[in-house]
Write a protein that binds this ligand. Structure first.
Ligand SMILES: *Cc1c(COP(=O)(O)O)cnc(C)c1O
Length: 440
């Protein structure tokens, strides 16, 4: 059964299985087989005589059972905070399959990276000095590299472009003396055998991404030449493959990216260096759907507005920057059947108490009625797991689903919905003058 048919089966099962009701008017659902298919697509696209190792960017999906599935499928994990590192370890990634990438690592974080033997991409010269001290005191326990900013300019989303000339990330390659400084850092440290680039996330063309990879590949050649031997054995090309948020097809594919890399970065696949990747959005986005109930359908100023339970708390970027992060929505009858008739220009609003909390504005969609379901597609990465605690709205429950050949839908819990008590404890409950729960 195809991903789209599986999703339709799940949408029809959601209400009868009582996963979505008055108490739970918003859930996230992840197609387990779609995750497996995407991982296979990635592994197949990068296969060859060279070594390639793929890591998932944890921030795209901070959900332990999902990370565990990805670990089981043979992926590694890219992390950028103590929390993400702890999650990766708990989910079962071995330290040598994890890379630590934050731009603001404290000394304590670096000590932990060394103690565990996690791989490391160093962001700047001051961090490198701390790393030098740790190497001197502890020795090398993992692969260490520098994150290079190729400074090739931004993509179409400024906030997501890490390779602009003034980006906060990495060692600037094009600044005066930047290149020589980087080469010298490597020549002074024969133990530094990795090199890293990640030009941004969404909004970049394949050619822009490949340009960054080409820049660090050329840099690696120069370091090797001047070192007199092959020093760089691992090239970490980051993530950032854009996702099309306008339909069920997948454009571009990992295979498309491989082709562009082959033509723009000759030598990348020649087997001399292990290729590492750190994809997040492109692995997960198409595997996930958020489903919410239409609570009310009202009209204001002539505009039909469907008030749902999915707003800025789960779709923060979409609500605050709708042009950069449009989300595709479909409207379904209360039994899950997709509505196709009576299209009207309407808003899909969320539950948050600010006027801009609208997920889709002036969207031509079949008229929605109270009790209907709204499905928000391509939300498997960065949406359901990147919660924004506005209005004390709880993190929604998330499920894996699988559909067998007979069409039976099997659900598996990934995360339970936050309880009111959970919300209390993240809001200072233990510091109340007198802990005196009144009515709850
Ligand atoms: C966010 C991030 C990624 C993943 O980006 P996607 O667009 O989700 O593929 C990879 N590497 C680094 C360093 C990141 O910050």
């Amino acid at each position: 059964m195809h991903r789209v048919a599986r999703r339709q089966a799940a949408l029809q099962d959601v209400v009868t299985s009582r996963l979505l009701d008055d108490d739970y008017p918003l859930i996230g659902m992840i197609d387990k087989d779609a995750v497996i298919e995407q991982v296979q697509a990635l592994q197949t696209a990068f296969a060859g005589d060279h070594e390639a190792f793929h890591m998932v960017a944890a921030k795209a999906v901070t959900l332990l059972p999902v990370l565990q599935l990805l670990a089981d499928l043979g992926l590694g994990c890219e992390v950028a905070s103590p929390g993400e590192l702890a999650m990766a370890l708990r989910a079962g990634f071995s330290p040598s399959d994890i890379v630590y990438d934050s731009p603001a690592k404290t000394t304590a974080e670096l000590v932990e990276v060394f103690r565990r033997g996690v791989n490391l991409n160093v962001d700047n010269a001051q961090e490198l000095r701390r790393v030098d001290e740790l190497v001197a005191s502890t020795g090398i326990a993992s692969s260490i590299g520098l994150r290079i900013n190729p400074q090739r300019g931004s993509g179409s989303i400024e906030a997501m472009s890490t390779a602009s000339s003034t980006s906060k990330f990495g060692f600037p390659l094009m600044d005066d003396g930047g290149r020589e400084t980087i080469v010298q850092h490597y020549l002074d440290r024969p133990w530094m055998t990795q090199i890293h680039v990640h030009s941004g996330s969404q909004g970049l063309t394949l050619e822009q991404m490949a340009q960054g990879v080409s820049d660090v590949s050329t840099l690696a050649e120069e370091i090797d030449r001047r070192a007199g031997h092959q020093q760089i054995t691992r090239i970490d090309i980051g993530g950032g493959l854009p996702v099309n948020f306008d339909g069920d097809d997948i454009r571009p594919t990992y295979a498309d990216y491989r082709k562009v890399l082959e033509s723009q970065v000759p030598g990348l696949f020649d087997g001399r260096r292990t290729i590492l990747t750190e994809f997040g959005r492109s692995l997960m986005a198409k595997t996930g759907t958020m489903v919410t109930r239409v609570e009310y359908a009202k009209t204001s100023g002539g505009r039909p507005i469907a008030v749902t339970h999915a707003g800025a708390q789960v779709a923060t970027r979409t609500v605050l920057a709708p042009h950069d992060w449009p989300v595709r929505a479909t409207v379904h009858e209360p039994n899950g059947h997709q509505r196709v008739e009576d299209p009207v220009v309407q808003d899909l609003a969320g539950p948050c108490c600010f006027a801009g909390d609208v997920i889709a504005r002036e969207r031509l969609l079949p008229r929605a009625y109270p009790g209907d379901l709204v499905a928000l597609h391509e939300t498997g990465a960065y949406y359901m797991s990147s919660h924004y605690s506005y209005n004390a709205l709880p993190r929604p429950a998330i499920y894996f689903y699988r559909v067998d050949d007979a069409g039976t839908v099997n659900w598996e819990a990934v995360r339970r919905r936050q309880s009111v008590e959970d919300l209390m404890s993240e809001s200072g409950a233990e510091f109340l003058r007198q802990a005196q729960p009144q009515n709850i």
